[in-house]
Design a protein around this ligand. Structure first.
Ligand SMILES: [Zn+2]
Length: 178
């Protein structure tokens, strides 16, 4: 179980964790790296991404992290909510109704906008089914690692009690996240 979120929410968690704030190591280091990541996670099949799209992806990533910090009791993040609304609009998210009585959000936009819209749809679904509040970003300064709080009383604050909980910046930190 560990830090993993249920279902599609795990994809969103992985997206937030493509940047390790502590070390500055970023999996989305180039438009090509973004294209590959989105493909590997089943969000998009495209031939190339632009640097503007990379910028948009990174912006959404930090907005999501801010919301996960909010889930961890750190501040209110109206700007982050606006960034999600913006990504939803650019992804052209719309309701798709299925018979009988099912509904989901679908991104109609092509390209990276559509892929980012899919991530926003995952967030929206989690907000509806109640799993969202358990997805948190670590409170430790310069950490912000996303984890799913499996604790019964939703009380977990840190990605790792041994490292961030004690605010020790151990060398094992990176390995822990690998
Ligand atoms: Zn941490």
């Amino acid at each position: 179980m560990g830090d993993q979120a249920p279902g599609d929410l795990e994809t969103l968690r992985a997206f937030v964790n493509t940047l390790e704030l502590e070390t500055g190591s970023d999996e989305l280091s180039s438009p090509e790296a973004l294209r590959k990541w989105l493909e590997e996670h089943g969000l998009w099949r495209g031939t190339s991404a632009s640097s503007a799209e990379l910028h948009a992806a990174r912006r959404l990533r930090e907005a999501l992290r801010d919301l996960l910090l909010e889930n961890n009791g750190v501040g209110a993040r109206t700007e982050a909510a606006l960034a999600l609304s913006d990504a939803a609009e650019r992804g052209r998210l719309g309701l798709r109704f299925d018979s009988p009585g099912g509904v989901r959000l679908e991104a109609a936009a092509a390209g990276v906008d559509g892929a980012l819209g899919r991530l926003v749809a995952i967030a929206a679904a989690a907000m509806t089914d109640g799993t969202w509040r358990r997805l948190k970003a670590c409170r430790a300064e310069r950490c912000g690692w996303a984890f799913y709080d499996h604790a019964r009383n939703h009380s977990r604050l840190w990605c790792s009690m041994a490292v961030c909980g004690n605010r020790t910046k151990a060398r094992s930190y990176r390995r822990r996240h690998a």
